[in-house]
Design a protein around this ligand. Structure first.
Ligand code: SF4
Length: 334
């Protein structure tokens, strides 16, 4: 899978690096700093199909970022933590294609430092629930059999019941997760699209059916699960397709056990939109016209977004999801 594996000199004897290299069975190249090479010259996003390099590194600088408004459920602070850059999957709308100069993957191994930052944040919000999200710059489960960090974040949740961790994923790689006991503040959330749409735009990801099965396995094991219908993309039959998806979920008893459901209509920064047009000119993403909106992002116009979200919200409620558990993601006062 990996063309080359680069390891920063500074961490070459770190036990987590040793363990990853043992699993990879590949001779690494040692470099002073990952960003001496990673992203130094432009590597087109689609090159990830044929040649993907892996970098093992220590994250310097900001380890946590305050999430933008309307990122998660309202009234509580939300942060995301940065444990990796880039992803093995290839979603046509992925914002990483215009965000980094390269699709090569970086796995940061200094999780203890990330967790100590999380503890600092908690101490700045006494008596408040604080959310920490993984999966902003990468899928949060896809490589966990390799990286082996889940246990640390799980331990953090055990120690700090006022913290909530959300692992956001499209992966069905739940093996490592299932070795851990479920916790009320350790939530696994799956991004879902109707089956046919996922086939077309969530390239190289597990099918919607497989994701639903993984959700079912986890809920049966007692894990807290959540769902994101994000990005919602317009097509003629979008209503019917979401109805079918909600029925599929309902038949597995997922709708009654979701912690929350977020709805977000497809949106792009200008740069990402340009990349999507270049990389996927024939994509279904281009079937609805888009405009620059309130935050400078490119989206469908507001009445269409509201109509789509309200349609899906109504369907979700009809299928048994409690209205108070549904929120609209990255929208102005909707
Ligand atoms: S799973 Fe997420 S991070 Fe990975 S390619 Fe898809 S949108 Fe991007």
């Amino acid at each position: 899978m990996w063309n080359e594996v680069y390891v920063e000199e500074e961490i070459k004897n770190h036990p987590r690096v040793t363990s990853i290299l043992e699993k990879l069975k590949k001779e690494p190249l040692f470099v002073p700093r990952y960003d001496d090479i990673w992203g130094r010259s432009k590597k087109p996003y689609l090159h990830k199909r044929d040649s993907l390099n892996l970098f093992l590194a220590r994250k310097h600088g900001q380890l946590l970022k305050l999430a933008p408004d309307a990122y998660g459920s309202a009234g509580e602070p939300h942060y995301y933590f940065i444990h990796a850059y880039n992803c093995i999957y290839e979603c046509q709308y992925c914002y990483l294609q215009g965000y980094f100069n390269t699709p090569d993957i970086v796995l940061f191994i200094n999780h203890e430092e990330i967790i100590s930052e999380m503890e600092k944040v908690l101490s700045n919000h006494p008596g408040t629930k604080v959310w920490f999200h993984a999966g902003e710059f990468s899928d949060s489960l896809a490589l966990t059999h390799l990286t082996g960090e889940l246990e640390l974040y799980h331990e953090f949740c055990q120690k700090h019941p006022e913290a909530l961790i959300e692992l956001r994923t499209k992966s069905v790689n739940t093996r490592e997760l299932e070795k851990l006991p479920p916790l009320p503040n350790f939530i696994i959330s799956f991004s879902l699209s109707p089956e046919d749409m996922a086939k077309r735009i969530d390239m190289r990801t597990p099918s919607t059916k497989a994701r639903l099965q993984a959700m079912n396995t986890l809920q049966k094991a007692g894990f807290k699960i959540a769902a994101h219908f994000d990005p919602i993309i317009y097509e003629d039959k979008f209503r019917e397709r979401y109805e079918a998806l909600l029925n599929q979920m309902n038949s597995l008893g997922l709708n009654q056990s979701l912690e929350y459901l977020s709805l977000g209509v497809v949106r792009f920064t200008k740069d990402v939109y340009r990349e999507v047009e270049r990389n996927y000119p024939d994509s279904v993403i281009h079937s609805g016209s888009m405009v620059k909106s309130f935050d400078g992002k490119v989206r469908y116009h507001r009445p269409m977004r509201m109509w789509m979200m309200n349609t899906i919200k109504e369907l979700s409620i009809k299928s048994g999801i409690r209205p108070e558990l549904i929120y609209l993601c990255m929208e102005e006062d909707a």
